[in-house]
Structure formats: structure tokens, C-alpha cells
Design a protein around this ligand. Structure first.
Ligand SMILES: [Cu+2]
Length: 123
């Protein structure tokens, strides 16, 4: 009886450890809402990007709306190097970035210092 109890507690502890290390690290991702011939996604910038992974539909003009809540200057620019975009993000203001979706693939975006990253998936 005691052995079964120990086994159950042991499994519970292992489960908790697995959940702690792996369960919490899910990356927030979003797929753009497509309306007519346009798709858009809102991203909150606060100690990083939320969502951090954005999926866009190929060939549909896309806009990504960044709103920076974070006061630090670290995140005050957003850079899409593959698209030649480097835009200022004024605090608490919605800033729209237009993305050319004619080419499929995975593209990174980053803060002005290349410290925080997000990923764009066009397919
Ligand atoms: Cu930075």
C-alpha cells in the first residue's frame, strides 16, 4: 500500500516538474483574420511580443498593428530586415506595419537592438 502511494506521489512530482519546465514555455501564436482582401493582426509589445509568432496568408495584403505598452527604449523600434522595415513604435500608440505577403516563408522581426524577436510565417 505504501509503495503504491509513494509511486503515485512520485509520478505526481515528475508530472509537476515536466509541466513546470515544458508546459509554461508555449509561445503565443496567432493567425491573421482575413476580411475581404486584407488581413491583420494586433501585437502587444510589453517585455517582448504577444503574440510572438504570426501566421499570414500568402498573397493577401497584410497589416500588423503594434502597440507598445512597454516604457523601455529597447522595444521602441521594430525591424523587419527581410522587408526593409524599421519603424518607430511610440508608446501606447497603435503603429501599423504593412507586410508584403507575395513570398512565402518564415521571417524574423526584432526590436531595434535585435534582442527581442518574433516570427512571421507566410504560407
Ligand atoms: Cu532591444
Amino acid at each position: 500500500m505504501t509503495r503504491i502511494l509513494v509511486l503515485i506521489v512520485g509520478l505526481a512530482v515528475i508530472g509537476f516538474i515536466l509541466w513546470w519546465f515544458f508546459g509554461n514555455h508555449q509561445v503565443a501564436s496567432a493567425t491573421a483574420d482575413v476580411t475581404d482582401n486584407n488581413q491583420s493582426v494586433d501585437i502587444e509589445v510589453n517585455g517582448g511580443y504577444s503574440p510572438e509568432v504570426v501566421t499570414l496568408k500568402k498573397g493577401v495584403p497584410a497589416t500588423i498593428n503594434f502597440t507598445r505598452k512597454d516604457a523601455s527604449s529597447c522595444l521602441d523600434r521594430v525591424v523587419f530586415s527581410d522587408f526593409g522595415i524599421n519603424k518607430e513604435l511610440p508608446q501606447n500608440e497603435k503603429q501599423t506595419v504593412k507586410i508584403d505577403t507575395n513570398k512565402s516563408g518564415e521571417f524574423q522581426w526584432a526590436c531595434g537592438m535585435d534582442m527581442f524577436h518574433g516570427k512571421l510565417i507566410i504560407k
